[in-house]
Design a protein around this ligand. Structure first.
Ligand code: SIN
Ligand code: CO
Length: 349
């Protein structure tokens, strides 16, 4: 999509990007390719990065910063320009910086991705190939037999959309930055494991194992079939409903990632000053806040929230737009927004 975001040339300069890559609270990867050292040609270093590493000149390298939307309001706003797709399917905004020739190598992703060119230019080679065999022993997923069928040179503001499993290789032409809008595509295994952990916390089974009619066994080491029968009956009490699934999905999809921390305001405004600020400027969710709703109600940062019916429409609007316009909010709404403000989940805009 040529000029998908007209005038776009990236959201932050190299220095600001490097600063994030060196921050211990930010997820980053540094990747270098050295064609002349087979076997160790790909090298990956996880963050926090060392500043010296980001000055290398000898070989092409790239640094990738994950979750830019969590750290930069403009990145959160860019991610939400993609809310023609449900927020529950959007994962995060990643930014990569590469020196001339740098990239992460030919690979495929298991999810859809939009690749929006920031500063500079990048040449993308792509292929819808079925051979997905990977280089063994490499520290990142590199396709063994990449056979590109198309090449595209992206300029600032151009965007490439790739469906899941399309092979791609992006090579920086001069230094450049690329913004990836990634999608959430949890595996059934991941959903199953997370759901069982969720269910475990809510499990409430009645009864205690007992065997008043126990008979003498020939071999005391045997776990007899009647014992297994009884335990099977006890475990049959583990059940779940659609309501449980809907509640789990809301909690799971709004759960902040493990390295996300909220920063309560210091010092916090008093409630009256807060209400005046919201009336004057509106209210914006913090970039890290996840607010979604479903048939199971509203979920905020991993927890279900109780909402009076009268507030549902306003909070649904806040969830969609991530902000409320200047509002003379009633006491119930003000109290709720103030509580979220004190938790660092949102603030007057
Ligand atoms: C990059 O920005 O260099 C990599 C993005 C991708 O290939 O998914
Ligand atoms: Co990719």
């Amino acid at each position: 999509m040529r000029q998908a975001v007209p005038g776009f040339a990236g959201l932050l300069d190299h220095d600001a990007l490097f600063e994030l890559a060196c921050d211990p609270d930010v997820e980053s990867r540094w990747i270098r390719y050295a064609a002349d050292t087979p076997g160790t040609d790909w090298k990956v270093e996880h963050g926090p990065q060392k500043r010296a590493r980001l000055r290398g000149k000898r070989r092409p390298w790239t640094v990738l910063v994950q979750g830019l939307n969590l750290h930069l309001a403009a990145a959160d706003a860019l991610l939400h320009r993609f809310d023609f797709i449900p927020q529950a399917r959007l994962d995060d905004l990643m930014v990569s910086y590469a020196v001339d020739g740098g990239g992460v190598g030919p690979h495929f992703d298991n999810y859809d991705v939009f690749l929006l060119q920031g500063a500079g230019r990048r040449r993308w080679q792509i292929a819808d190939q079925t051979d997905r065999s990977l280089v063994e022993g490499a520290p990142l997923r590199i396709l063994q037999n990449f056979q590109p069928t198309e090449e595209l040179l992206l300029e600032p503001g151009d965007m490439l959309y790739l469906p899941p499993h399309w092979a791609h290789n992006g090579i920086a032409v001069g230094e450049c930055t690329t913004y990836s809008i990634g999608f959430r595509s949890p595996t059934a295994q991941e959903l199953g494991a997370e759901f069982l952990a969720w269910l475990q916390e809510r499990l409430c089974l009645a009864g205690i194992y007992a065997d008043p009619d126990l008979e003498l066994q020939d071999n005391s080491a045997e776990i007899g079939p009647r014992m297994i029968d009884q335990i099977e009956r006890m475990l049959a009490g583990i059940r779940w409903s659609r309501q449980d699934v809907a509640e789990f999905v809301g909690d799971y999809l709004t759960e902040p990632k493990p390295h996300v921390f909220f920063h309560p305001p210091e010092p916090a405004m008093k409630p009256k000053a807060f209400a005046r600020a919201v009336a004057r400027a509106g209210y914006a969710l913090d970039s890290r806040t996840q607010l979604l709703f479903s048939e199971a109600g509203f979920h905020l940062n991993g927890e279900a929230i109780e909402l009076p019916a009268a507030l549902r429409e306003t909070i649904a609007e806040l969830a969609h737009r991530r902000r409320l316009p200047p509002t003379e909010a009633g006491p119930a709404l003000t109290e709720m927004l103030y509580q979220w403000y004190c938790d660092g989940f949102g603030a007057p805009a």
